[in-house]
Design a protein around this ligand. Structure first.
Ligand code: NDP
Ligand code: AKG
Length: 413
């Protein structure tokens, strides 16, 4: 199964619980526009290198389309389509005035220098600058991109269209970025992990956590959960799984990451090192995939021991595995709710840019917590009332909101 098929399956299962015509379903499932471009740069050694770039604009009934840019070797049209549709349901679940989009380049950024990544980003903007804008489609960071990439993107876009920092979010704070955007996804994930555990009648101290991926989302989630007294017993990045059954020293791991090349955990020897694939199968209460999609499938679902899975990553569980987990009584907090903190603070950044006004960090955090908590309550209630999984409940809320917007607009917008 490929990524978009998985997202469509979840959409269809949720739509089956709602009264939606076949034509409306088809409209909501089909992306408005898909763009695929060749991006060519000169490497530092003078050789040419060609990459494929993508932007999928999924739906704009609720507002300008919003979604990150991923730089990763697996990026292709199918994955981008899947991620773009997730953005439509995600912005709707947390009730932001946005639609959904996603983009990226099929490239391994670890093989390029910073100057090459800058040239790549500028060349990509040259290809797609007419499609994006503060009122149409607003990119942001995702895997493999960060505030520097956002700054280059904005600078190149403004060469064509003039000053308008609201064209992209996740920028450096000194360059019209919002305070708190960098931590936002991990913070939101942490907040909702805490709420889920509380709702299940458990205490953080008794919930061992394993986190797959120690990048932007994984590190900030780890920091938040560590401060909230959760024992984090394992984290992983591409170099392996780092494990301590008594709880990892998160501060030390973060320092190691900052001080070492490419931000890798490679060489950290304050705990046991296990093979990469072991992380998902550890004996923990809470499992948090925070890296790639499609990591929990029919092939490994039997080996998952956690009773709570928090989808910090986008699309980490495929449908057949999701069904098995539901039947086993595993609580899965779905991506379109769990990791919505990033796009929520992106929205705050966009609002601040448009008003030429800056919020202090405590305001950003307070409004983030409020937005995430409200969405969590709505999804939890829907799940209880309709006796469906949290994923189905989140999709149902998202789909209903997009359907309502489409009907109010007269369907032809
Ligand atoms: N950034 C954001 O605001 C948001 C991100 N997300 C989602 O969260 C996930 C992570 O994104 P983000 O943290 O931004 O990405 P980053 O690029 O910052 O970090 C990704 C992390 O995953 C690790 N990784 C990659 N492959 C594997 C693997 N096979 N096993 C274990 N670890 C692996 C990387 O390791 P290494 O560094 O060693 O390569 C890195 O630590 C993605 O699914 C993304 O779509 C969702 C909402 C918002
Ligand atoms: O911050 C944003 O606008 C989008 C973040 C994103 O790509 C995501 O939530 O998956």
């Amino acid at each position: 199964m490929r990524a978009f098929e998985a997202t469509q399956y979840f959409f269809d299962s949720a739509a089956d619980h709602l009264n939606i015509s076949a034509e409306m379903r088809q409209m909501m499932q089909t992306p408005r526009r898909e763009v695929q471009v060749r991006v060519t740069i000169e490497r530092d050694n003078g050789q040419l290198a060609n990459y494929m770039g993508f932007r999928v604009q999924h739906d704009n009934h609720r507002g300008p389309m919003k979604g990150g840019l991923r730089y990763h070797p697996d990026v292709d049209l199918d994955e981008t389509r899947s991620l773009a549709s997730l953005m439509t349901w995600k912005t709707a679940v947390v009730d932001l005035p946005y639609g959904g989009a996603k983009g990226g380049i099929g490239v391994d950024p670890s093989e390029l220098t910073q100057r090459e990544i800058e040239r790549l980003t500028r060349a990509f903007v040259d290809q797609i600058h007419e499609l994006v804008g503060p009122d149409t489609d607003i990119p942001a960071p995702d895997m493999g991109t960060d505030h520097r990439v956002m700054a280059w993107f904005r600078n190149q876009w403004e060469k064509y269209h003039g000053f308008n920092p609201a064209v992209i979010t996740g920028k450096p704070v000194e360059q019209y970025g919002a305070k708190g955007r960098e931590e936002a996804t991990g913070r939101g994930v942490g907040t909702l992990t805490f709420k889920t555990i509380k709702r299940l009648g458990r205490k953080p101290e008794g919930c061992r956590v394993a986190i797959q991926g120690f990048g932007n989302v994984g590190t900030h989630a780890a920091k938040f959960l560590h401060e909230a007294q959760f024992p984090i017993v394992a984290v992983s990045d591409v170099s392996g799984t780092y494990f301590d059954p008594d709880g990892l020293n998160i501060g030390e791991l973060l320092r190691h990451k900052i001080e070492h090349p490419r931000g890798l955990l490679e060489g950290y020897n304050g705990c046991k090192k296990l093979p990469l694939s072991d992380l998902l199968e550890l004996d923990v209460e809470v499992l948090m995939p925070a890296a790639l999609g499609g990591v929990i499938t029919e092939a490994n679902v039997d080996k998952i021991k956690a009773s709570v899975i928090i989808e910090a990553a986008n699309g980490p569980i495929y449908p057949a595995a999701d069904q098995q987990l539901y039947e086993r009584g595993v609580t899965v907090l779905p991506d379109i709710l769990a990791n919505a903190g990033g796009v929520t603070v992106s929205y705050f950044e966009w609002v601040q840019n448009r008003q030429h006004y800056r919020w202090p960090l405590d305001r950003v955090r307070g409004e983030l917590d409020h937005t995430m908590s409200e969405a969590f309550e709505n999804v939890w209630q829907m799940s209880q009332q309709r006796k469906v999984s949290l994923r189905m409940a989140a999709y149902m809320i998202g789909i209903q909101r997009v359907q309502r917007a489409a009907e109010l607009a007269g369907l032809t917008s």
